[in-house]
Design a protein. Structure first.
Length: 75
């Protein structure tokens, strides 16, 4: 419970600190990409639910999301 509160506070402070520098779109694109990568890792290791190994479609989806973040950053 305390770890969740601490990590939530770090998340809020991080978004507040990064949004003016990166812009709102890139900040939230990075947040979503981070959440997707964390969920892939948790699913692959089976830490919260039964194990779901990373397969090609899931990896392709993550790579496409990361490509979108790169495109947002460039343009």
């Amino acid at each position: 419970m305390y770890a969740g509160g601490l990590l939530g506070a770090v998340y809020v402070v991080g978004v507040i600190a990064l949004a003016p520098r990166l812009g709102a779109l890139l900040t939230f694109a990075l947040v979503i990409a981070g959440q997707l990568l964390a969920s892939l890792l948790l699913d692959h290791l089976g830490l919260l639910y039964p194990r779901h190994p990373v397969n090609l479609p899931r990896l392709l989806g993550a790579l496409l999301l990361l490509a979108g973040v790169v495109l947002i950053r460039r343009y």
